[in-house]
Write a protein that binds this ligand. Structure first.
Ligand code: PEP
Ligand code: MN
Length: 309
């Protein structure tokens, strides 16, 4: 709608035929905060919410490696108060000689563990041709940084009707990231969670440069929930906790964290994965930070030694 015709907007609403109007001064009208000034809440797996007062903690290994590894990971997620389990079955690796993921077998493991644990499962979909297959096994579809501007893929996940975690392209501006989200919403899927995971800069001390200012910028510009991935953003285990706490403080709606029952044996990104102790240390501190911010993170009592993991 043109924003200089309030009379027209009023008439459309009075007709009873129009529920919502969006002004066209924005490049991304569907993701613009004006479209939902109070902020959107996205439900994962029909059960848990990200956005609003609840802080969504999603965790798991970079890659699905085996049933046992995912089962142990699900126990860790629950012990730390996580709401969903992540794990890649299709891995977009920089080198063709690196572990590429278990693919279909990884999806089967993921959905089995999801059913057994009750945790919604989040996994990456790397091309439009496999969107249906991945959506049959996963509750949430992740678009990785390397595919953040694969517009055919964005349209395909927009049509499939499952929640999407949309990572920021490591070379994308905030505006380009929001327009990528706009593709998903324009295709009919309102359930998008944005994920800041670091951008490329001149700084080699961290794997990428986690742009926490983008969280505040996006919260101002858009109604979509924003989570932060401090694992891929930093590439180093010891940096995950400080950046995770900073993400919560800057207003993120959740985290996507790499954890692994045995990080030194991980087939992918072990250096940035938290083990059980560092994960529980993070979530314990995080729950205090969130409480002071008036947000919720429920941390269940620690499991008995030997259970799960
Ligand atoms: C991942 O989360 O497993 C991943 C590959 O992340 P990114 O796309 O941010 O590199
Ligand atoms: Mn990874």
């Amino acid at each position: 709608m043109p924003d200089d015709r309030p009379d027209l907007v009023e008439a459309l609403h009075a007709s009873g035929l129009v529920q919502r109007t969006v002004t066209d001064h924005s490049d991304a009208p569907l993701t613009d905060r004006e479209a939902a000034p109070l902020g959107s809440i996205v439900t994962l797996g029909g059960a848990v919410t990200v956005g609003g007062v609840d802080f969504g903690l999603i965790a798991g290994p970079c890659a699905v490696e085996s049933y046992e590894q995912m089962s142990a990971s699900a126990s860790l997620v629950k012990a730390g108060g996580g709401v969903a389990l992540r794990g890649g079955a299709f891995k977009p690796r920089s080198s063709p000689y690196s572990f590429q993921g278990l693919k279909d077998e990884g999806l089967r493991i993921l959905s089995k563990i999801g059913a057994e644990s009750g945790l919604p499962v989040v996994t990456e979909v790397v091309d439009a041709a496999t969107v249906e297959l991945v959506a049959e096994h996963a509750d949430v579809l992740q678009i990785g940084t390397r595919n953040a501007q694969n517009f055919t893929l964005l349209q395909a996940v927009g049509e499939i009707g499952k929640p999407v975690v949309l990572k920021r392209g490591f070379g994308c501006t905030v505006g380009e990231w929001l327009q990528a989200a706009e593709y998903v919403l324009a295709a009919g899927n309102p359930d998008v969670v944005l994920c800041e995971r670091g951008i490329r800069s001149f700084e080699p001390a961290t794997r990428f440069t986690l742009d926490l200012s983008a969280v505040a910028v996006v919260k101002h510009l858009s109604h979509l929930p924003v989570i932060v991935d401090p694992s891929h953003g930093t590439g180093h285990r010891h940096l995950v906790k400080p950046l995770a706490l900073a993400a919560a403080a800057v207003g993120a709606d959740g985290l996507l964290v790499d954890i692994h029952p045995e990080p030194t044996a991980a087939l992918c990104d072990g250096k940035q994965a938290l083990d059980r102790d560092s994960w529980l240390d993070l979530t314990g501190t995080l729950s205090g930070v969130l409480a002071s911010l008036g947000r919720n993170l429920t941390v269940p009592a620690a499991e008995p030694v030997g259970a799960g993991a």
